[in-house]
Each structure stands twice: as structure tokens, then as C-alpha cells.
Design a protein around this ligand. Structure first.
Ligand SMILES: *Cc1c(COP(=O)(O)O)cnc(C)c1O
Length: 238
């Protein structure tokens, strides 16, 4: 059965609200980021019609094309680049996006800052932390996150907002909470020790957003639960 987008959006919002209540948090303190990678601009427009404003993209070219296609009718959307970023893609990302979630080295942050158009507001950024220390995953090692955060916070056209992670998949709420708790504790330590104002934890996806919200997520990045399953060939095609 094909669930209409409106039903899926309502269901995901209900999950966010229920998890926020369980955590004793205001649901409005959690931003639902709709991850539209591999889905067409028409699907983004359909969600925008339902009131969704924040969208996440993983691939620079696809994201920039979608932003351009939607800008005439939907100038007020907020675009988050959430994928790994290569040096040769920083210019278009700096020009077109509002947020970048997966900063994992200073060189990329420096390029984004230098290439941010001066007429645009600072680019909002998060540092991706490899919380599970998986060899295959991008992200800075937890021990190196504070130094990178301090360096990124100095860059003039960026505004460092917090940390982001993509833990290895786990079954069950208790197991899922572990890595999210570690990211929150790392954020708290950086705030305490470096005096940085980090208000953002970008963590939680379709399968584990409840665990992330219980541990303090302020942005949950949800693709499959909103748009349906992505075609396997289109996934991780980078
Ligand atoms: C694809 C992706 C998501 C969304 O994942 P779902 O499991 O489909 O909700 C979230 N964050 C990042 C970084 C992604 O690449």
C-alpha cells in the first residue's frame, strides 16, 4: 500500500512529539529535517505544501539542482547539506545551502568560509563525529572534536552550531541511546572546556529518532519514513 506523503509526515511528527514528551522536552525544540536525497523536486514541493520547511540533501549536484528548481515557488525553504563533502564541491555548497552538517576536517571548513558569498548570512555548520570509531565512516574522532570545533568557530563566514553523528545501526531503544548519549556528553564537554555556544545535536534518523530525542537531539534527519524507500542504486552512489 502506498501511504500518502501527508500521512507519513503526520506519522513522523507524531513520533517526534511522543518522544519529546517522553523526554520531558518541548517538541518545538526539535527540528524535523526531511532528507529528500534521490527524490524529485516535486516530492519536496508536496511536503512544502504541507508545511515542511527544512530539507536535507547528500549530493552537491543533486541538491543544487533541486534548490534551483524550487526557488521560484519556494524561496523560504531551508537547505541542509548532510553528506560527506569533497573539496571540489565546497563552492557550490557554500553558495546555495544554509547549513552543512558533516564537517570533519578544517580544510573543508576553511574553503566553505572563504567561498561563502558575502551577501549571504553565515553558513550554519556542525562537526561530524565518528562516535562508533568505525573505519568505514567519516567524521572526526571523538578525541579530536574539541580542537576542530575551536578552529572552525574562528572562521568568519561560518557559524558553528554543534555536533552531528551517524551511529552504526542498533536494535532496540537502550542500545540506540548509547552513541547519542556520547555525542551529547562530548558537546557538553566542548561547551564547558572551550566556552563555545553549541546549541545543536544533529542525530537520529528514521530507525532511531526516538533514542536520539531522548538524548537531546535538536535536529532529526528523516528520509525513508517520510519519502519511502530509496532505490538501492541511487543510494551511496558517491
Ligand atoms: C540518508 C541520510 C539520512 C536519512 O536516513 P533514513 O534512514 O532514510 O531516515 C539521515 N542522515 C544522513 C546523513 C543521511 O545520509
Amino acid at each position: 500500500m502506498i501511504t500518502p506523503l501527508a500521512d507519513r509526515l503526520a506519522a513522523v511528527r507524531a513520533r517526534v512529539d511522543a518522544a519529546a514528551r517522553a523526554a520531558g522536552r518541548d517538541p518545538r525544540s526539535i527540528t524535523l529535517l526531511a532528507v529528500s536525497k534521490t527524490f524529485p523536486a516535486a516530492d519536496v514541493a508536496a511536503l512544502a505544501c504541507l508545511g515542511q520547511r527544512e530539507f536535507g540533501e547528500n549530493y552537491a549536484r543533486e541538491g543544487v539542482d533541486k534548490i534551483a528548481a524550487l526557488r521560484p515557488d519556494w524561496p523560504g525553504l531551508e537547505w541542509h547539506f548532510i553528506g560527506p563533502l569533497q573539496s571540489n564541491k565546497t563552492r557550490e555548497v557554500a553558495a546555495e545551502f544554509d547549513w552543512v552538517h558533516a564537517i570533519d576536517r578544517l580544510k573543508i571548513a576553511q574553503r566553505l568560509s572563504a567561498q561563502r558569498p558575502p551577501q549571504r548570512a553565515p553558513l550554519q555548520v556542525c562537526i561530524q563525529v565518528n562516535v562508533d570509531a568505525e573505519a568505514s565512516k567519516s567524521g572526526v574522532a571523538p578525541d579530536d572534536a574539541a580542537a576542530l570545533a575551536a578552529a572552525v568557530a574562528e572562521l568568519p563566514a561560518l557559524r558553528l552550531r554543534g555536533l552531528m553523528c551517524i551511529p552504526a545501526p542498533r536494535e532496540g531503544l537502550a542500545a540506540q541511546r548509547g552513541p547519542f548519549a556520547r555525542l551529547r556528553e562530548l558537546r557538553d564537554a566542548i561547551v564547558r572546556e572551550r566556552g563555545l555556544a553549541l546549541d545543536t545535536l544533529s542525530m537520529g534518523m528514521s530507525a532511531d529518532l526516538e533514542a536520539a530525542i531522548l538524548e537531546g537531539a535538536t535536529i532529526v534527519r528523516v528520509g525513508t519514513a517520510l519519502f519511502g524507500r530509496r532505490a538501492a542504486a541511487a543510494e551511496d552512489g558517491r
